[in-house]
Design a protein around this ligand. Sequence first.
Ligand SMILES: [Zn+2]
Ligand SMILES: [Zn+2]
Length: 439
Amino acid sequence: MVRLEFLGALSIVGSSGVLVETGSERIVFDYGTNIQELPPTFPHVVKGKIDAVFLSHAHLDHSGGLAILMKKNPCTIYAAAPSKQMVQMLLKDSLKIAKHEGIRLPFTTKDAQSAINNFKHIEYRKPITIGNTKAITYAAGHIPGSMMTFLRIGNNKTQASSKRKKRKYNTLLYTGDFNTKDTQLINGSDTRLPELDILITESTYADREHPDRKKQEKELIKIVQSTLANDGIAVVSNFAIGRTQEVLLILGKYGIDYPLYIDGMAKKATTIINGHPQALRDPTSLDKALRKVHYITNERQRAKIIKNPCVILTTSGMLSGGPVIYYLQKLYEDRRSSLTLSGFQVPGTPGHTLMETGRLPLEDCERKIHELKLKMSVRRLDFSSHVGRKEMFAFIERLNPKKIFCVHGDNTPKFARELRDKGFDATAPLPEKRVFDLA
Ligand SMILES: [Zn+2]
Ligand SMILES: [Zn+2]
């Protein structure tokens, strides 16, 4: 019997975590946080010893709770490069933000470091054995170092040769976040996946299509070029990991030849990613694009660069903090300048409020909220690194699993219903029903 306990991401995007009990091994996929909540929330507690963790990728909604998990259940965390360095950066940043906000996280810097010490690098497509279970990871195409994990349960020879009745469910794939299409930065997910019984899939864009990628790229270039032609400052606010580098490559591809700056956590993320060329689609392109970039680290430099037309890539992706706030406070009334958001804005975030109302809510040093009414032009584009609806269904149809679990989406019950209408056995784990015994 295989028992699956879904620890989080139950019809939400956040707090990913799944415990798989094979009968002899206990394996956890991801242990994240819900970054939309303050204080952040974490997946359900895992009781008892675990044998291994497989981390699908570095994003905090998958990795943010690892330090808590490791305190009670220390074991090896398998991850593909450069996830370890990125998680280290993100956990450190989480602790810094929490301190700034006056919030106590349920882990310390020391706990975070001991979690980091448990990381072990795993290569895509190189099988490893955990007790009686064989694990293989595949490129997931989401961000550098993202991986899907495949388990073959009952790999042990004595078990295989025993006369016990063959189980219905012997294989399982956990997708983590994935993208089947190539982006400028990385290749799409591995298409040569084995046959499988159980699929645990992310569902972020199961209900919507992405706009045409090429058109989005052209739109970005148009905004940047017209801003520069007007002597303005083109601010592009991105997620630090993956998105900043993707936008940088697009600017390089179209030959934007103006001073180009990277500010905030994006700087460190870019350095880490560029140190792992094997994780990139074209290892030389990022290096080449970076030759034009100047890194900005302090306010004096910030004040200086906004005196002349330039392009600034900065964080945060949803305007909830980071150096973008400095630039907006200085430029919000400048009609020549522009702000581009390169990703989805979760409802409740300042970026979402800005897109809905044209006003950006900001907290002053006394924690009072005031609003900036932006006169600079504001656009949101979609450079998502998640699989879109059409490709998601094609992916599932190709794999044709016996059983599907839908997690990591705003409305997973609807997605599971649609899959059932197509003849699949699909379920959306929910807070009230999150443990499944599969005979
Ligand atoms: Zn992700
Ligand atoms: Zn995610």
